[in-house]
Design a protein around this ligand. Structure first.
Ligand SMILES: C/C=C(\C)C(=O)SCCNC(=O)CCNC(=O)[C@H](O)C(C)(C)COP(=O)(O)OP(=O)(O)OC[C@H]1O[C@@H](n2cnc3c(N)ncnc32)[C@H](O)[C@@H]1OP(=O)(O)O
Length: 719
């Protein structure tokens, strides 16, 4: 796992060999330890170079080993032995040096990086801290403030920035390994003590306490309950206040606490789940490994509303040439101005030139005859979308892929109006589409494996986390959101306020509670959908009482709020009050409290005290229950897909792993017991009826999440 060679007569070359990222597994740590001992002992060796095979230095500790008992030599003494040795050791960094990989390089006396390399300490994103001396050596090398920033965010740094910060000593466009070997010979005999970071003091500005206090306040505000960023600041504080060994002791104590935490488990689960969802498979046997995507060089977007504009920007940023289509000149011009402004703004931030040359605007659909893939992003109306798809089917080349950005309409119904249903697929982007990482790729019953591969591959090019989902109403994300929204509204009826519900959800870790999100999205969106579904407005069954629809409990509260012209942030009033239309700062509104009180009086509801626990259990467990139904119906590949949808699309706190992981952490028997309780209290809410999969899992001893698939009834997959 580490190869040893002697080169140029006196240089020992140690190569990490653990593809694909040379993670520091037990075998690699043993290999490095043995190789370093040999190099230090061999009198013919005067200096050492450490590098990684296949153009990657090291992706850090082997994350898969964290769940197993520790074996092999630990990292800390291994790195100390390198630093303490009396021969200069040079790290040759190609590809990446992340986490333990960078800590290994910090233990070396010199670091040389390839110009395309990236370095960083991303442990915080896994719920940990850089516990192989990273929190003690990096501040000593680059100073307090930059070290705090890198360690608390886990940000990746380019070789050029690393050089500026002083993390690396040289950057080269040629082979980092060749330059390191040459350099290792040049530094033989030079004093090593100043290069041993553990012997140095952390350079400290006079306002050191202010910097640390501000960093702590910043991470607490951003972390939304995540513990690792807070521990990172505490560890770096030790690098300032304590001698090196005592600082290391502190680092180890903090690490021991984080390592056992459910947050670290959740974040490490997310790391692998994010990668797992890219490896899709269909019930037909087709999968990401055997299905080739079609080449897409020219794409088109139909409709330049909010979604269409974001999708256009995302496509251009990925380097695709894009035809943007609107129905009339005025809309087209408006869309063009917005898209150009967004691209310019983005380019300015990146110090780049906006690729406006990749765009062509037209009102004429016949100009799409040479496009490889078309994304329809018109108004969410089935009749209108069908009309567009009919036209596309006749004007586009026969093998062009037709995608719809619907957020929940039937993909099969749309496909049925085309002459190529096998080339139709859903690509459900989330607003703003050029920012949000989630993409639901919706498989229609006739979508071909090739078309699925094309949509998934395009998602990857756009930098999205793409998840294959089945074609059911609302797909996965919005389908699970309905019971969550319903519960939030019912809680208002029963005595809660929007700020009480939102407070509980924000305390849990959501960036915004459900009512603030609704205000941000615009309350009229859901109102229109409810009208179309016959839940409110002229199509309501006249026999339905006000608080019952289609045989189940219904809360008309959101409709009443809309009827008052309170449409959310855009109208300056929604569930909250804003200082002006378009304002963003939500304040509780006495008018809403009055509306709720009057409503309860009108309907004879005695308000009760509602606590955070009830808010969380009713909102989150109802959503989770629907997640189990999604799995049961075969609409998702597995719980990992659902979790990534919620983490990347709906603000579910990553350190809680996603709804299905959270259910497993809480304990499935507890989730079942609470659902059963609430179902008894609210028998008219079918969403609270525990799903049969949840029951089956509990009966079978609550197996771990990766075994849930074994308890699905077959044949189950609709994918
Ligand atoms: C204490 C804690 C210490 C000391 C640590 O070091 S914690 C680990 C810190 N390191 C990281 O967080 C880096 C994690 N990895 C990455 O960011 C990326 O994988 C990468 C930039 C190194 C490579 O990216 P990319 O080329 O896109 O490839 P993938 O991300 O798809 O990864 C390829 C496969 O390698 C597996 N992998 C990656 N890193 C690790 C790791 N540190 N330990 C174990 N396995 C790792 C990854 O899961 C992929 O595997 P498959 O999914 O293909 O099976």
């Amino acid at each position: 796992m580490a190869r040893y060679a002697q080169v140029q007569g006196s240089v020992a070359l140690i190569t990490l060999t653990n593809p694909p990222v040379n993670a520091l597994s037990a075998a690699v740590r043993l290999g490095i330890t043995e190789a370093v001992t040999r190099a230090l002992r061999d009198p013919k060796v005067k200096s050492v170079v450490i590098c990684g095979e296949n153009g990657v230095f090291c992706g850090g500790a082997d994350i898969r080993e964290f769940a197993k008992p520790m074996t092999g030599p630990p990292l800390v003494p291994m790195i100390s032995a390198i630093e303490e040795g009396d021969k200069p050791v040079v790290a040759a960094i190609e590809g990446v040096a992340f986490g333990g990989g960078l800590e290994l390089a910090l233990g070396c006396h010199y670091r040389i990086a390839h110009s395309k390399a990236r370095v960083g300490l991303p442990e915080v994103t896994l719920g940990l801290l850089p516990a192989a001396g990273g929190t003690q050596r990096l501040p000593r090398l680059i100073g307090l403030a930059p070290a705090l920033e890198l360690i608390t965010t886990g940000r990746h740094v380019t070789a050029q920035e690393a050089l500026k910060l002083g993390i690396v000593d040289k950057v080269t466009d040629q082979s980092a390994q060749d330059l390191a070997i040459q350099f290792a010979q040049e530094v033989i005999g030079q004093p090593l003590l100043p290069r041993k970071l553990s012997t140095q003091l952390t350079p400290c500005p006079p306002d050191v306490d202010t910097i640390l206090d501000e960093a702590m306040a910043r991470v607490k505000q951003r972390a939304r309950g995540a513990m690792a960023p807070v521990a990172c600041v505490q560890a770096v504080r030790a690098a300032v206040n304590l001698p090196y060994q005592a600082g290391m002791q502190k680092e180890q104590e903090l690490m021991a606490f984080l390592f056992r935490s459910s947050q670290a488990r959740a974040l490490q689960y997310c790391f692998f789940a994010q990668r797992a969802v890219g490896k899709w498979s269909l019930s037909s046997g087709a999968h990401s490994g055997n299905s080739k995507p079609r080449p897409v060089t020219k794409a088109a977007v139909i409709g330049l509303g909010t979604m269409g504009r974001g999708i256009t920007v995302a496509l251009v940023k990925a380097g695709l040439s894009v035809v943007a289509v609107e129905t009339n000149k005025k809309q087209l011009e408006m869309g063009k101005q917005m898209v150009s402004a967004m691209l310019k703004h983005d380019a300015q931030k990146m110090n780049a030139v906006p690729r406006l040359d990749l765009l062509h605007y037209t009102t004429d659909l016949s100009e799409l005859k040479n496009t490889d893939l078309i994304i329809e992003a018109v108004f969410e109306d089935m009749a209108l979308k069908k009309e567009v798809f009919k036209k596309l089917s006749s004007v586009c080349k026969p093998d062009a892929v037709l995608c719809t950005n619907t957020s929940g309409l039937d993909v099969d119904e749309l496909a049925s109006v085309t002459k190529r249903p096998e080339l139709v697929v859903g690509m459900h982007f989330f607003a703003p589409a050029h920012v949000m990482k989630l993409l639901e790729v919706v498989r229609g019953s006739r979508s071909s494996p090739e078309v699925m591969a094309t949509a998934m591959h395009l998602g990857k090019r756009l930098g999205k986390v793409s998840v294959v989902v089945g074609n059911c109403s609302g797909f996965v994300g919005n389908r699970m959101l309905r019971p969550y929204l319903d519960q939030a509204n019912f809680l208002l009826e029963e005595g809660a306020t929007p700020e009480l519900v939102d407070g509980a959800l924000e305390e849990f870790g959501f960036p915004m509670g459900v009512f603030k999100v609704s205000d941000l999205s615009g309350l009229d969106v859901g109102w229109r959908i409810r009208k179309e579904a016959g839940l409110t407005g002229p199509n309501v069954d006249p026999k339905d009482p006000l608080r019952r629809r289609q045989g189940r409990r219904y809360s008309p509260l959101p409709d009443l709020v809309c009827e008052q012209g309170r449409l959310g942030q855009k109208s300056g009033r929604g569930w909250y009050l804003y200082d002006k239309p378009g304002g963003r700062v939500a304040t509780p509104d006495p008018d809403i409290h009055k509306l709720l009180e009057d409503y309860r009086v009108r309907h004879g509801i005695r308000p009760r005290q509602i606590g955070s626990q009830e808010v969380l259990e009713r909102c989150l467990f109802a959503l989770i229950n629907e997640g189990f139904r999604v799995l049961e119906d075969g609409m998702a590949m597995g719980p990992e897909g659902i979790d990534m949808i919620y983490v990347f699309g709906y603000g579910w706190p990553r350190h809680r792993g996603g709804p299905m992981f959270y259910a497993a952490m809480v304990g499935l028997p507890r989730v079942l017991e609470r659902l059963e309780y609430y179902q008894q209290v609210h028998p008219d809410v079918p969403h609270l009826q525990p799903s049969s999969l949840l029951r089956r899992l509990v009966v079978n001893g609550s197996p771990p999440l990766d075994k849930w698939r074994d308890f699905l009834q077959r044949p189950h997959s609709q994918l």
